[in-house]
Design a protein around this ligand. Sequence first.
Ligand code: FES
Length: 117
Amino acid sequence: MEEENDDLTWHKVPVKIDDTRNYVKALHVAGKKLCLIRQDDVLSVTSSRCPHAGADLTKGWCEGHKLICPFHRHEFDIVTGKGTEKQGNYIRMYPLKKEGDDYYVGIKRSLWDKIFG
Ligand code: FES
């Protein structure tokens, strides 16, 4: 099921989300590779490409509520996506919602989708 509004399309997460343990792993949805993070009380979906030099953040890990990039250890808040002040960068956050037993991730529609979708 895909529900749409002007800017977001909600895509059903195609795997069962385990909310009983911590992990950082890849999530493939709507042709995108995203990063699925469960850390204590936080469940997040972020972009998977590090804005510093393009490392795969799905190979990273969490320290507290920070996602650590495996290449040069940039840190990103897993709630806001913000890097530290010194880094001055950020990762994209994707909204996640639960309906019944299913999760949906909200992905912004591209200009192309808005015109031709
Ligand atoms: S590529 Fe992620 S910190 Fe450099």
